[in-house]
Design a protein around this ligand. Structure first.
Ligand SMILES: [Zn+2]
Length: 79
């Protein structure tokens, strides 16, 4: 999976409660470049542990808010 298929939606959050989630939104960790779904089906986190989602409580835990980006999968419209 290439990270090039994602486009940036928002970044520079001050609180994790500001960070949007939706079925087509993903979180990218600027530290390890890991991308995880914002609405996961199970607990999920990035490789370095900066971003973690506790699915049971719908809680997003971010260690360093300056290193999380909200991205969306680019839809290819064909050429
Ligand atoms: Zn990470």
């Amino acid at each position: 999976m290439s990270s090039g298929v994602f486009e940036l939606v928002a970044s520079g959050f001050k609180r994790s409660s500001e960070i949007p989630k939706d079925n087509d939104l993903y979180y990218r960790c600027a530290d390890c470049n890991g991308v995880i779904p914002s609405v996961p089906t199970k607990n999920v986190g990035c490789e370095c542990g900066n971003v973690f989602i506790d699915k049971d409580y719908w809680r997003l835990i971010v260690a360093d808010l300056s290193k999380i980006e909200v991205v969306r999968k680019k839809t290819s419209q064909g050429l």
